[in-house]
Write a protein of this length. Structure first.
Lengths: 274, 295
């Protein structure tokens, strides 16, 4: 069925123009020499230079990366465990509550998650800083990870694991040697998702950060509220560039491994036929 | 033993960092304003029946009564609902043709198109919203463009109005609509459309009678994926909406950070959740139906 018409072509063109033009404009104007962001005054990279001299921004980048790496790793471990519990553990006391607590944070407005965690941290007298942001990010990101991993686990053939157990593996070995390699793509994309969610988060971090730690989105937020600024344009361009590169690399790698798998399968088939 | 520890670790984590904080919000929303403003200690003393009764006795609905009396909150809830509904509608209106075009595109283009829809999702939400500030402001690129073409004589005021909020929401949530609709349309069996046309349907009526009903689950899923997070949205109305746009997420933030009125902020949070429960249940039911249909 081929019904690709002018209508489809226009809606795709306009749709993608709408999605990409704002970011393209942002990138172009980050090379604007003028301090007035909306008036073009020639090409310049001076805002990038100023950005790299801005200690507050660099500090915020460091805090953000630290939080994102620790919390996404924790969230991946906890989320994978939660997915295994949801799909494998059968019935246990409080199962409904458990699955409710996995899905609820996905739809919970960020302002509420942030508020409730802040009230908890104040209640137990925990000093707010990097640790509290990590705890908060881990909590909501683990739910996303568990959804990603459990969607992969449902298609996983459990008899493989049983075979490993029959052949003398301990349950941990069976998981480590059989299950984990098979669900690895989902675990990795869960980690990436958790990492991006953490890098991106403004609202929950603002509630749980306290004065001693400022993340990059919080820093961006406080300067953006005063209006458009050329430094933020430069920073945005860098961030867009990093993400674009990352996504392109990831898709190339997954394409390559898919091709390799195809090839392996074909070789195996040929060997079988011979 | 191993099974128990596998269950316990994530379970206890979520109990401590999801359920308990939520109960604290519930408790503070029922506390007196003067008592609960910091410093305050939400220690729940369960040492005996008497202290528990005293604890329960100290709770009251005062903050909720306050919410009904001050019409700021009513207006904020209603305007959040209105903004979420209208922007969901526009996201569908713009997202459906994109998803449709993708589903009709050549098969070898589809992965690229799909990646192009997902890519913005990986870039910072804050930056995507921010990018519209430069476009929509009074001396912004849109006004410059329209003025230079002579389409308008005076710059339009878009930034800091609800229109800017609609644009921001449609822009940032568009992938959430396009992806489920696309996955429904992609599965659509083309021979059904041919059959409809053979049986005398025009192309338009075949679209309305076959394509739309068969992509219903994708449309519903996409609509909820836009509607639910929009309702509690904070960043978009704060950056693009100005002081005139009321949304409940923003009210909660201001109540907490600017007025430092924790009990009222907590009560606002509880009511926002109650409003969200209905769409969430409907969404879950739709997902379930879809899963059953797919077997």
């Amino acid at each position: 069925m081929r019904r690709f018409s002018w209508f489809n072509a226009t809606s795709l063109t306009f749709g993608f123009a709408f999605l990409y033009l704002p970011m393209i404009i942002l990138v172009i104007y980050s090379f604007n020499a003028s301090k007035l962001v909306t008036v073009w005054a020639g090409f310049s990279t001076k805002w990038y230079g100023e950005l790299f001299q801005n200690e507050a921004f660099l500090d915020a980048v460091w805090v953000t990366l630290k939080v994102a790496i620790i919390s996404s790793t924790l969230a991946t471990v906890l989320g994978t465990m939660a997915a295994l519990v949801l799909l494998r553990s059968g019935r246990f006391f409080g199962r409904t509550l458990f699955s409710g607590m996995i899905y609820a944070p996905l739809v919970m407005p960020e302002v509420i998650t942030g508020l409730s965690l802040l009230l908890l941290f104040i209640g137990i007298g925990l000093d707010r800083g990097v640790l509290t942001i990590v705890l908060a990010h881990t909590t909501f990101a683990m739910c996303y990870v568990s959804v990603v991993v459990s969607s992969r686990l449902t298609t996983f053939d459990q008899s493989l694991e049983e075979a490993a157990l029959d052949l003398g593996c301990s349950p941990f070995q069976a998981f480590y040697l059989v299950t984990l390699p098979i669900i690895a793509p989902a675990v990795i994309s869960g980690w990436l998702l958790a990492f991006t969610l953490s890098l991106d988060d403004l609202v929950i971090a603002s509630f749980t950060a306290g004065p001693s730690a400022t993340t990059l989105p919080m820093k961006i937020w406080s300067s953006v509220r005063l209006g458009v600024s050329p430094e933020i344009n430069a920073l945005s361009t860098l961030m867009i560039g990093v993400v674009t590169l990352g996504v392109i690399c990831a898709s190339l790698i997954s394409k390559r491994s898919a091709m390799k798998r195809d090839q392996d399968e074909r070789t195996a088939e040929r060997a079988e036929a011979a | 033993m191993r099974r128990i520890s596998l269950i316990l670790v994530p379970y206890l984590w979520l109990l401590a960092l999801f359920l308990v904080p939520f109960l604290i919000v519930l408790k503070i929303s029922l506390s007196d304003t003067a008592l609960a403003i910091p410093p305050y200690t939400p220690t729940l003393d369960l040492s005996g029946w008497e202290t528990f009764r005293a604890f329960v006795g100290a709770l009251d609905m005062e903050n909720f009564v306050w919410l009904t009396e001050d019409d700021l909150y009513w207006k904020a809830y209603l305007s959040s609902l209105k903004i979420a509904l209208i922007s969901t509608f526009f996201t569908l209106l713009i997202g459906f043709p994109i998803a449709y075009g993708m589903a009709q595109a050549r098969e070898d283009w589809r992965p690229t198109l799909l990646m192009l829809v997902i890519l913005p999702f990986w870039t910072s939400f804050l930056i995507r919203v921010y990018s519209w500030m430069g476009i929509l402001s009074q001396e912004g690129y849109l006004n410059q463009l329209l003025l230079s073409f002579g389409l308008i004589d005076e710059p339009l005021i878009i930034l800091n109005t609800p229109v800017a909020v609609y644009i921001g929401i449609v822009y940032t949530y568009l992938p959430f609509m396009v992806l489920p609709v696309y996955s429904a349309l992609e599965k659509l069996d083309g021979s059904l459309l041919e059959a409809a046309e053979d049986l005398g349907c025009s192309r338009t009526s075949a679209f309305w009678l076959v394509t739309v009903p068969l992509s219903k689950s994708g449309i519903i899923a996409g609509s909820f994926l836009v509607f639910i997070p929009t309702l509690g949205e904070f960043v978009i109305p704060s950056l693009l909406g100005g002081s005139r746009t009321l949304m409940i997420g923003k009210v909660l933030w201001e109540e907490f950070f600017n007025n430092r009125d924790w009990p009222v902020a907590s009560a606002v949070a509880i009511i926002l959740l109650l409003i969200l429960v209905i769409p969430i249940i409907l969404f879950q039911r739709n997902e379930q139906k879809q899963r059953e249909a797919e077997g």
